[in-house]
Structure formats: C-alpha cells, structure tokens
Design a protein around this ligand. Structure first.
Ligand code: MN
Ligand code: MN
Length: 299
C-alpha cells in the first residue's frame, strides 16, 4: 500500500476542504423542506461552496427514497421535495484536497430510525477507525449497528480512499464484513459512508447519468466532442454535472456520448435499491491516525 505523507500546508488544505464541506452540508440540510426544488437546493449548495472559497469536489447530489446516491438534477429538472427520505451528498475541493460528506433528512416523519441507523453506524465506525485496524472491522461494526436497528447495510456501496483530485481511490471501505484484512494506516484519508435500507441491501445502476468525470484525454473526431473535452479540463478530473456544461442540450449530449464511447469520460448513473427499499446514508471524510481518526468533515 502506498503511503503518502502530506506537508503541513497540504494538511491545512485538507482540513479547510473538510470544514467547508461540513458547512455546505449544514447549509444544504437547512434548505431541505417540503416544497423545495431539488435543483434549487443543489445549485444553492454548489454556490455556497464557491462563496466559502472552494470548488465542489463533485456536483451536490440529492437522492430520494430508494435512490441511494448519484442523483443530480439536470437544468430542466422539476423535482419537488414533499415527504421523501432525502440524502444530501456534498464536498468541497481546496486546490484538489477534497471533502466528501453526506447526511439524510426524513421529511415523512416516519423513518427516523432508518436515518439513525446510518448515522449511528458512521459514528460507530469513526470510533474504531485508527491505524492498524482492518478494513473489514469497520464493515463489521457498520453492519452490526445497522442490523441492530432492524435494517440492512447496502453491501455493494462502500466508502473509499480519497486523494488529491481523486474522489474515489483505494481502498474500498466496506459496509459489511467483506473479509478484507488490509490495515488502515497513519496518514490515510478515507471516506466512511454507511447506507442503511429496509430493502434487499444492494443497488443497481439506473440508466440516465447526469454526473460525469473525465478519466482520459484521447483524440476524438467530432469538433463538438473536442470542444467539450477542452471545456471539461477545468474540472481537473473531478466529477461534473451535465447542467454545468455550456451550449444546447442536443449538442452537449451528442458530444458527451462521443467522449464516453472514446473512454474519455466515465458516467455515474443514479444508484437504486434493488427492491426499491428506502435508503439512508451518512458520510464523513476522516484522516486516520495512530490513536484514532480526525473527522475532517465534523460539524
Ligand atoms: Mn459522498
Ligand atoms: Mn464518498
């Protein structure tokens, strides 16, 4: 496992990114009310991140009910909040040092336990995370806590390592005991993100992605695709939303399809619970230390 040691200056940027992520999340949560537009919430949170001196690590995402993650509205989206189980997932980037944090609001008033299950599972995992602890131990603790509420963890969604300009990197931080005995190490940055559900405990990828990420720069034939490839350089390998792209929708979609089939762009479709169970999520970015972990996205 490659261990990267960051300078004090870089550490300060990680901490700043975490702090802004946490502030943006709290702000976003305050906007989650019946009658609010999903698009307006996402735009407002993205704007908040800029106003705090950072950039979004990825487009702010609001995923409802059986959608576990990766729902991001298009510009013409009309979705309105009413009585859903609402996940808000946000992150701030300070010069590529990233935060990633999420929480759930139950607007129905009937699923508080489901919200508590992922929140308490996160707290339990954070309380045991330190250098030398096995990854599957975090998974075991998460699974046990979620089971204690009578729910299931989503086993094909996981936390992850997080690196400079890399929202997702190794290792996989499991939400169940996956037998991975790899050890956490001092100085490691990871996102821990339990998902709890009253459904089957697994998700599938739905069909229409609205979040994308550049993964390569390869020659493409069409001038629209070349233009889009030039435009998305500014995201520096971080995910972006379709509604952030310039130009008419037809041209943008055409160019995106070209970049996807050329292997330049990866898609992140919404992730839906297989049995359409309700899903809650909680997430923090933490810095693993010898004697515990520093929660960078703590409120
Ligand atoms: Mn996240
Ligand atoms: Mn994450």
């Amino acid at each position: 496992m490659d261990e990267i040691f960051y300078s004090e200056e870089d550490l300060a940027k990680w901490r700043q990114a975490g702090k802004i992520s946490a502030e943006a999340l709290q702000y976003g949560l305050s906007l989650i009310k019946p009658g609010a537009s999903v698009l307006e919430v996402c735009d407002a949170v993205d704007k908040k991140i800029f106003s705090l001196g950072a950039r979004p690590s990825f487009p702010s995402q609001v995923s409802l009910n059986d959608v576990a993650a990766h729902f991001c509205p298009d510009a013409e989206d009309k979705l309105i909040l009413s009585d859903q189980v609402v996940k808000l997932d946000v992150g701030a980037s300070v010069d590529g040092f990233l935060g990633d944090t999420a929480a759930t609001v139950d607007l129905s008033g009937r699923h508080e336990k489901l919200v508590a299950a992922s929140k308490d599972a996160l707290a339990a995992a954070v309380s045991v995370a330190k250098a030398g602890v096995r990854l599957n131990e975090l998974g075991r603790v998460i699974e046990q806590k979620i089971n204690s509420y009578g729910y299931r963890p989503i086993i094909n969604l996981s936390g992850h390592g997080i690196g400079k300009f890399q929202v997702h990197t190794s290792p996989t931080v499991p939400n169940f005991d996956n037998r991975d005995e790899e050890l956490l190490y001092d100085g490691q940055f990871i996102a821990i993100e339990p998902f709890a559900t009253n459904g089957s405990g697994s998700i599938y990828e739905s069909t229409t992605p609205t979040v994308f990420m550049q993964v390569a720069k390869k020659p493409v034939r069409s001038s629209d695709a070349r233009q889009l490839l030039a435009e998305i350089q500014k995201y520096e390998g971080l995910p972006f939303a379709r509604r952030w792209l310039e130009g008419n929708t037809f041209k943008v979609n055409f160019a995106l399809r070209q970049l996807i089939s050329a292997g330049c762009v990866q898609v992140f479709p919404p992730l839906v619970e297989r049995n359409h169970g309700l899903v809650s999520q909680a997430e923090h970015t933490v810095l693993v230390r010898k004697d515990g972990c520093e929660v960078l996205t703590a409120v």
